[in-house]
Design a binder for this molecule. Structure first.
Ligand code: DX5
Ligand code: ZN
Length: 223
C-alpha cells in the first residue's frame, strides 16, 4: 500500500465546538491530518464573526501541525503581525480585501511566514496571475466564504485546472488549496485536478471515522 499521502488534509476549526477547542486540536493530532485550518472572520468582509489571534495563540502550544490561517477580514494588512505572532505558519489573505496585494504579501514574508492568496468563487484566476511568482499558496474558495457546511460550487473545478496549468507552464511551486464543501466524495477528484490541500470543516467533524476519512483522502487506504 502506498504510504506517501497524495494530499494534505487540513481540518477547519470553524466546525469544532469552541467550548472544547483544545480537545479538537488534540483529536486532529491523532489523525494523519498534516495542517489545521483557522478561519478568521470579521463580520465585514464576510457576514459572520469567528475568532481572532488570541484563540490561535492559545491553541498553538497544543499542536505541532502547520497552522494555516485564512483571514476573511477587510484590510488584512492591519493584522498580519498579530497573526504571525500568534503562531500561524501560513497566512492567507483575500485578493478582494487588499488594495495593494503585493505589499500585503511582502508583509507576510517579512514576518517569516508563508503567504497565501484566496479568491472567492466570482473572482477569476486571471486577477492573481501577476502575483503567482511571489506567493506560496492559492486558496480557492468553493463556497461563498462566511459559513461552514455549504455546498461545493462546481464551476470551481475549472479554476483549479487553470491554476494547475499556469503552475506547470511557468514552473512555479505554489500550493493549491480548496476550501468549502469538500468531502469524501469530491476530495479525490479535486486532488486529481491539481489540489494539494483539502480544507475540510463539516465533513471532517461530522464524520464517525475521522482517522479513516483522512487516510482515504490521502490515498492511504483503498476504502
Ligand atoms: C468558509 C471557511 C471554510 C469552512 C469550510 O468560509 O473558509 O474554511 O470552515 O467548511 P466546510 O468544509 O464545512 O464547507
Ligand atoms: Zn477557510
Amino acid at each position: 500500500m502506498n504510504t506517501e499521502p497524495r494530499c494534505i488534509v487540513a481540518p477547519s476549526m470553524l466546525s469544532a465546538d469552541f467550548s472544547k477547542a483544545g480537545e479538537a486540536v488534540t483529536m486532529i493530532g491523532r489523525t494523519d491530518a498534516q495542517w489545521i485550518h483557522l478561519d478568521v472572520m470579521d463580520g465585514m468582509f464576510v457576514p459572520n464573526i469567528s475568532f481572532g489571534s488570541k484563540f490561535i495563540a492559545d491553541i498553538r502550544p497544543l499542536s505541532d501541525l502547520v497552522f494555516d490561517t485564512h483571514l476573511m477580514v477587510a484590510q488584512p494588512e492591519r493584522y498580519i503581525k498579530a497573526f504571525a505572532e500568534a503562531g500561524s505558519d501560513y497566512i492567507t489573505v483575500h485578493a478582494e480585501a487588499c488594495l495593494h496585494l503585493n505589499r500585503t504579501v511582502s508583509m507576510i514574508h517579512e514576518e517569516g511566514k508563508k503567504a497565501g492568496v484566496s479568491l472567492v468563487p466570482s473572482t477569476p484566476v486571471s486577477s492573481i496571475e501577476l502575483i503567482l511568482d511571489d506567493i506560496d499558496l492559492v486558496l480557492i474558495m468553493s463556497v461563498n466564504p462566511g459559513f461552514g457546511g455549504q455546498k461545493f460550487i462546481p464551476s470551481t473545478m475549472e479554476k483549479i485546472h487553470q491554476l494547475d496549468r499556469l503552475r506547470k507552464e511557468r514552473g512555479l511551486d505554489f500550493k493549491i488549496s480548496i476550501d468549502g464543501g469538500v468531502n469524501e466524495s469530491n476530495g479525490g477528484l479535486l486532488v486529481d485536478a491539481g489540489v494539494d490541500i483539502l480544507v475540510m470543516g463539516s465533513a471532517f467533524f461530522g464524520s464517525e471515522d475521522r482517522e479513516g476519512l483522512v487516510k482515504k483522502l490521502q490515498g492511504r487506504t483503498s476504502g
